[in-house]
Design a protein around this ligand. Structure first.
Ligand SMILES: C[S@@+](CC[C@H](N)C(=O)[O-])C[C@H]1O[C@@H](n2cnc3c(N)ncnc32)[C@H](O)[C@@H]1O
Length: 370
């Protein structure tokens, strides 16, 4: 592909990314893969170059742009020189066209993030691994990454093809951001406990908890997204995690499904559904998908799930609340508003890409009086 053809391809993909962000469609990664599936003439260098243009545009613009051309004109003005109309290059710029504006995120979100609206939120992230303590020790796997101070199971800088490597396929390592590993550490699960991972999704944290429990005890992994939960058994098998019991929930009827565990859990993790503002390094277009309405629905759900979780904790047990968000309404305000009687907050932590090299997370631990 010529440089002009690459930019034209990026424009087409950006048009799709923009429509998809407006309509709640597929993520940018999926759209890029879909685009190239039907364009076999594009080599790996072309794909990489186009992908980079697309992501640089998404990272570099504040509000959702009018279209792909405006995105390139705003974020990569030098590429506008390739708008020549020759061959497969984009048509020349029309004087009526306005470039999109550069910036971190839409204005309303920047205002809510306040001082946390930092460029590091959108920097490219490396791949962190969690060494699966059920099967291996970090020192055996230093060829896959380097150790990170303060994260006993983590390796940083894993190769991009990690999911095809034998160490991954045989469950010695999981791909897991160090921030997620910190959440599991704050849970402090250990052998023999009863642990509930209330919002388990595909089980990333549940697998870390199973390793901390040394496969001894009861570990319930529940979620309302049955498809995501359905990924867990195969992942657990690969990791050798034998104590995870998936539980399908229906929204609004979580307590009923978990009734037999009321007041019995040593630890309940609420890895709550959230805006994902802490994961923009990996999904930068999420900044264009979030609306104030969606955010307020999420905060209502988060508060309700903390309430559900509180009912499951036994005297002397703990509730850990976590979100991959840096918005105060999903983090500190939720912790401040949690008023279940008998609980007291024992720690809270904000992880950010800038200070911790992790995705952005808010994590609070509450303990129930004995
Ligand atoms: C941040 S994700 C969890 C990620 C997961 N813990 C992991 O480590 O991979 C939040 C999850 O909450 C789930 N969720 C949404 N509403 C829920 C509800 N009412 N009860 C339980 N889980 C819910 C979503 O389906 C989603 O999987």
């Amino acid at each position: 592909m010529t440089p002009g053809a690459r930019v034209a391809a990026a424009i087409e993909i950006l048009d799709d990314v923009i429509t998809s962000a407006r309509e709640g469609g597929a993520a940018a990664d999926v759209l890029i893969a879909r685009y190239f599936k039907t364009r076999r003439y594009a080599g790996s260098k072309d794909r990489r170059a186009v992908r980079e243009i697309v992501y640089d545009c998404i990272r570099g613009l504040d509000e959702i742009p009018a279209n792909g051309r405006a995105a390139i004109m705003g974020a990569q003005p030098s590429d506008t020189l390739l708008f020549t109309g020759d061959g497969h290059a984009p048509a020349p710029v029309d004087p009526s066209e306005t470039p999109a504006t550069r910036g971190l995120a839409p204005q309303w979100l920047r205002a809510r993030l306040g001082e946390r609206a930092d460029a590091d939120l959108l920097m490219r992230a490396g791949i962190d691994l969690r060494v699966n303590a059920l099967k291996a020790e970090p020192d055996q796997l230093l060829h896959l990454g380097s150790r990170i101070d303060g994260f006993p199971h983590a390796l940083a800088g894993a190769p991009a093809d990690i999911s095809r490597r034998p160490e991954y396929l045989s469950g010695l390592v999981e791909v897991q951001d160090r921030g997620s590993q910190r959440i599991a550490a704050i849970c402090a699960a250990s052998a023999g406990m009863t642990v509930v991972d209330l919002c388990a999704g595909g089980g990333g944290k549940a697998l870390a908890l199973a390793a901390d429990m040394r496969n001894d005890g009861v570990l319930l992994a529940s979620d309302t997204d049955w498809r995501r939960l359905g990924e867990l058994p195969a992942r657990a098998e690969r990791a050798g995690a034998s104590i995870i019991a998936p539980i399908r929930l229906d929204p609004g009827a979580e307590i009923e499904a978990l009734a037999q565990w009321r007041g019995r859990a040593d630890i309940v993790l609420v890895d709550a559904p959230c805006s994902g503002t802490g994961t923009w390094r990996r999904n930068p277009e999420a900044k264009w998908r979030l609306t104030a309405d969606r955010l307020s629905q999420l905060t209502i759900l988060q508060a309700r799930l903390m309430h559900v979780a509180a009912a499951l904790v036994k005297p002397g047990g703990a509730l850990i609340y976590a979100v991959c968000s840096l918005l105060p309404e999903e983090g500190s305000a939720q912790a401040d508003g949690f008023d279940s009687s008998g609980f007291s907050e024992v720690s809270r932590k904000l992880l950010t890409p800038k200070t911790d090299g992790s995705d952005g997370f808010f994590i609070a631990r509450f303990e129930k009086a004995c």
